[in-house]
Design a protein around this ligand. Structure first.
Ligand code: PLP
Length: 388
């Protein structure tokens, strides 16, 4: 059976070049980057090379890169690192975020809310995009941080973060963006379009680097409180021995992503995604693309199939070798309708009938045609079963 992997937004495979770059750091070149001996110094220079490669992808300076354990930690460090000092000083603090953030941001916001931070959760419009002016209108004198994701992990909808950051800057408010699903799919120019963004999260395993490595960009001049007690690593912003192989992999992945974007990879991938999406829309009666009107990252499709339970569809696709995902989150065994789709105004039933297909950079036309045909046939079978 051919296997077609359409769940890149859950995790991407490690690119062969990334693996190759990492391997020596598990063996002959292994060392602690804080050690003074030669092995330690080798590890240190590998870490600094990785930092420079990531800085190049973001068009920022190496000192602005903080390595973490992944997107979740980067998001938590951004929100808590900015807001905890206000709580500690007993000063009023207000955070603005959106209803469709990843739980790494949403639950961090909720935890801060319980401890006294006022939080505004802005809803996206029906197209899955928040209105920058609505975000700006929610700002108050005590607003300390705005956190709006750059690309949504379920719909791929790109948010107006550049504009939000400009409006926030005018009011002296810091801005964080969760760019976990945007890195490697969109150009992230921290000196250009995103020059007013103060903090930005990236995760290795959405970028063809391994799981367990992440980055928080912290703009020069922005101070965050460290969340872990320990050594002085990462310029006192993130204690703990550096994940040297992970950082080497992240650096290589950043370099590959930059080359791929520069040679028009994103446009080619969007064309393949459209073949898949249109194949399903044309073959399945009542199928609709969620966030169709939004600008979306190239690899993501989210489709609503009237009258179909996405959980059953997912199982049917898996049996045919197609790995996809829900437009909903599986929490403690029960399938909850996706908070992202609900925030866009879908009904729980429509959300439960939504399927997320997310392509890797290696997707081929033949695979997309085949995946569309398999999906169409599976939906027809499930509908026939439901009628019988
Ligand atoms: N933010 C977004 C938008 C994500 O899609 C994810 C992972 O799915 C995360 C944060 C969490 O990243 P990690 O898995 O590296 O902790």
């Amino acid at each position: 059976m051919t296997r077609i992997y359409l769940d890149a937004n859950a995790t991407t495979p490690v690119a062969p070049e990334v693996l190759e770059a990492m391997l020596p750091y598990f063996g002959a070149l292994g060392g602690n980057a804080s050690s003074a001996h030669a092995a330690g110094q080798q590890a240190r220079s590998a870490v600094e090379k990785g930092r420079a490669q990531v800085a190049s992808l973001l068009q920022c300076t190496a000192k602005e890169i903080v390595f973490t354990s992944g997107g979740t930690e980067s998001d938590n460090l951004a929100l808590r690192g900015v807001l905890e000092p206000f709580l500690q000083r007993g000063e009023a603090a207000h955070l603005i975020t959106t209803q469709m953030e990843h739980h790494a941001v949403l639950y961090a916001a909720e935890a801060l809310e319980k401890r006294g931070v006022a939080v505004t959760y802005v809803a996206p419009k029906a197209d899955g995009v928040v209105d920058a002016d609505e975000v700006a209108a929610a700002m108050r004198p005590e607003t300390r941080l705005v956190s709006v994701m750059l690309a949504n992990n379920e719909t791929g909808a790109v948010q107006p973060v550049g504009k939000i950051a400009r409006l926030a800057k005018e009011r002296g408010v810091l801005v964080h963006t969760d760019a976990v699903q945007a890195a490697g799919k969109l150009l992230l120019d921290m000196a250009g379009e995103f020059k007013n963004v103060d903090l930005l999260s990236i995760s290795g395993h959405k970028l063809y680097a391994p799981q367990g490595i992440g980055v928080l960009f912290v703009r020069k001049g922005v101070t965050i409180a460290a969340m872990q007690h320990g050594g002085p690593q990462e310029r006192q912003r993130r204690a703990g021995t550096e994940n040297v192989p992970g950082i080497v992999g992240m650096g290589k992945a950043a370099e590959l992503a930059q080359k791929w974007l520069e040679r028009g990879g994103s446009e080619e991938l969007a064309a393949l995604r459209d073949v898949l999406e249109q194949g399903i829309v044309q073959g399945v009666e009542g199928a609709r693309v969620n966030a169709a009107e939004a600008r979306r990252v190239a690899n993501t499709a989210n489709l609503q199939m009237e009258g179909v339970d996405a959980e059953s569809l997912l199982m049917a696709l898996d049996m045919q070798g197609v790995a996809a995902s829900f437009g909903s989150a599986c929490m403690s065994g029960a399938t909850e309708p996706s908070h992202v789709l609900l925030s866009m105004g879908l009904t729980p039933q429509q959300a439960r009938g939504s399927l997320r297909l997310s392509l890797t950079r290696d997707a081929t036309l033949a695979e997309m045609e085949q995946a569309a045909a398999i999906t169409v046939a599976a939906v027809k079978r499930l509908r026939a079963l439901a009628r019988s």
